[in-house]
Design a protein around this ligand. Sequence first.
Ligand code: NAP
Length: 332
Amino acid sequence: MKSYNVIIIGSGPAGLTAALYNARANLAPLVLTGGGKWGGQLMLTTDVENYPGFPEGILGPDLMKKFRDQAERFGAEILDLEVSAVNFSQRPFSVTAGDKTYQSKAVIIATGAETNWLGLPNEQRLIGHGVSSCAPCDAFFFKDKKVIVVGGGDSAMEEALTLTKFATDVTIIHRRDEFRASKIMLARAKKNAKISFITNTVVVDVLGQDKVIGVKIKNVKDGKEQEMPIDGMFLAIGHSPMTKIFKGQLELDEKGYVKKMIKGNPSTVRQFDKLTAIASSGPSDAYGMMTSVDGVFVAGDVHDYHYKQAVTAAGFGCQAAMEAERWLEAQE
Ligand code: NAP
């Protein structure tokens, strides 16, 4: 069984930044990327305009390729495999991916979060036949068509704007009349002549046999239902952390996000900001990115349901990697 200093599970901005830092610290980390799903959420997006260093913007997949190349350049070993099981109850830890089990002294969890679905009767059956959660991936198929986007956050605005490049009509359906989206994104969507809004409304079913032909929507104020003919339904109702394999191994919160535990020397632990777990300045022997298991660290959207940005995920990846390095040194 091959043994490592650090295994990083996940390959979004958090995982690949952790890999870069641990590789440059000569720890020769192994990254298990998630297989076909390597790169995380940015692989499903087009223009990224808010990642610093790219004033003209960059395509999400191009950005992730750069992250990957940079980590590899410094000696990170990257395997496109999905992890099926972990054992954190004995040391070294073991991580199973494909038909192999790998051992490691430390582990960094950066598995991210995945799309939420509405759970409608016909929704799953019609995925790929008019139901989608990724406008950048599927907008092309809705040229001159009518589509809806469900949700009231930044993702809904972004998906709707992307869809206007192809569709004739894009309706955002939101269950409230207030929006979670940032002012700038909401204003951009409102300014676009192809986008209209239906608020205080939920989708109760998606209609169609082989492909979507409409949705049944319900006004939550008066309970009235109506059918709306459309060709496509895009979901933008948030994400769930990818933590199934960690159940029973690590403490998770009620939504399934990995819980961070501030650990280390009690006097320096007190210097941590308990809310955000940001380390105090100067050398520290406390850990802010550690999970309920010593030596298992966490980074990115799998623990962060607040910021969820590529740049914050990368920052968390850096923190987790530096703490893993310091923790490994302390074990010797
Ligand atoms: P989000 O902000 O959590 O918004 C999810 C939306 O879906 C909310 O409006 C929510 O309604 C609605 N929703 C959730 N469950 C629903 C259900 N079962 N039925 C109907 N509606 C439901 O998620 P997000 O839009 O994916 O954004 C996540 C984070 O990424 C945010 O921090 C966002 O700012 C960021 N982001 C930024 C950009 C950008 O800046 N370009 C782009 C995308 C995302 P309620 O409001 O009623 O809860």
